[in-house]
Write a protein that binds this ligand. Structure first.
Ligand code: ZN
Ligand code: ZN
Length: 141
């Protein structure tokens, strides 16, 4: 059983229904390889002919965050971004011009740095957040 299926099984037991909105949202997150803003999610749902008013959408997103299926990523002060929470740990490359978001894994390098900081500052690091902002390949041409 994969992680999603185990969530479904638990929801069923708890009496949560797999609504049209909920399954469309999960499908969307599974098919996208980068974080989605709430606005983007709404547009994509509309294209799939699933209609959700903003308050329903936010309620559903909050539910999935609470169930640890998705997590919020802080990439911009004014927009909320979400992505699946069980992806391999990674960081984001955010283009400031076209708003494209790419993902990058770099934890061998960071592990070395963490160990150094831990030793120097006598601080037990448990997690970190690191995102990169700049211009993507096509925007910096
Ligand atoms: Zn760009
Ligand atoms: Zn990391």
């Amino acid at each position: 059983m994969n992680i999603l299926e185990s969530h479904f099984a638990r929801w069923k037991k708890q009496g949560y229904r797999m609504t049209k909105n909920r399954s469309a949202l999960l499908e969307l997150f599974l098919s996208e390889a980068h974080p989605l803003s709430a606005e983007e999610i709404q547009k994509k749902l509309k294209r799939k002919r699933v209609t959700a008013d903003p308050s329903t959408l936010y309620r559903e997103l909050d539910f999935l965050v609470q169930e640890a299926v998705i997590q919020e990523v802080k990439l911009q002060p004014k927009k909320r971004f979400f992505e699946l929470s069980f992806k391999k740990h990674h960081h984001h490359l955010v283009c400031l011009r076209c708003e494209a978001i790419d993902e990058v894994e770099m934890d061998n390098e960071l592990e070395v740095l963490e160990k150094k900081i831990q030793r120097k500052r006598n601080f037990q690091i448990q997690s970190h957040v690191l995102e990169f902002f700049g211009l993507c390949a096509s925007c910096s041409k």
